[in-house]
Design a protein around this ligand. Structure first.
Ligand SMILES: N[C@@H](CCC(=O)N[C@@H](CS)C(=O)NCC(=O)O)C(=O)O
Length: 228
């Protein structure tokens, strides 16, 4: 087994966990060995982890054939390209990621948008929530910041407004289509789904976005994801 997956529970690593669940679904053996780390215990900042796995001291990260790959968007695209594209007409192989071409570009667009736009607003909200409330950054995390109550509330409001704009973009894109790329589910759906699901932990409601709400239920009901 050549892939090692480093994760911490309830972290950004949930995205890679879901991607692997989809790719491993129905396979006789898992694709990856899992290694659990504790952020609050400082595991992600231990010298060996920083030097051999991720110099940023964060999860998720994978090591494949000795090569460390970090950043959840890069990991999703890499695992999709490596394990998710059906080779030839083999019906036993999964086709969870598009072949090179415009559809691949669309998948990349949503994966990168999730990390650079949606999640940036979500991370600002997490950092603005008082430590200890659901979804707030963990105590001891490098993202923990202290601020006075007025500044905190202000930042929370701006972040919630930005998230609402982003969710509307997603809702519009899902109008008249079952999945982000059309009729066929792909790992871009998995990736975006994990981050939108994370937002609900912080009390961000998606109920007013009808298409998005239906899509969340559709993706969440997939056999590989429903017990996540
Ligand atoms: N941009 C990175 C963000 C990863 C990230 O921020 N991970 C957090 C957990 S949600 C982490 O590992 N934090 C460790 C720490 O704060 O010490 C990605 O998408 O992979």
């Amino acid at each position: 087994m050549a892939v090692t997956f480093y994760y911490a529970p309830y972290s950004t690593a949930e995205s890679t966990k879901a991607i692997l669940a989809e790719l491993e679904h129905g396979l006789p053996n898992p694709l990856a060995t899992r290694i659990e780390l504790s952020i609050s215990a400082g595991d992600t900042r231990k010298p060996a982890y920083l030097s051999d796995v991720n110099p940023n001291g964060r999860v998720p990260a994978i090591v494949h054939d000795g090569v460390p790959i970090w950043e959840s968007a890069a990991i999703t695209m890499y695992l999709g390209e490596t394990f998710g594209v059906r080779a030839g007409n083999d019906p036993h192989q999964s086709s969870l990621y598009p072949e090179p071409g415009p559809r691949r570009g669309e998948a990349m667009k949503w994966i990168v948008w999730t990390n650079t736009t949606l999640t940036v607003a979500g991370a600002r909200l997490a950092a603005a929530l008082p430590v200890g409330t659901p979804g707030a950054v963990e105590k001891g995390s490098q993202d923990e910041v202290s601020k006075d109550e007025t500044a905190r509330k202000n930042e929370e409001e701006i972040a919630r407004g930005d998230l609402a704009k982003n969710l509307k973009v997603l809702d519009e894109a899902l109008k008249e289509r079952n999945y982000l790329l059309g009729d066929q589910y792909c790992l871009a759906d998995t990736h975006v789904w994990t981050f939108v699901s994370w937002l609900s932990v912080m009390g961000v409601s998606t109920e007013e976005y009808l298409h998005l709400t239906e899509w969340l239920a559709r993706v969440g009901a997939r056999p590989a994801l429903k017990d996540q």
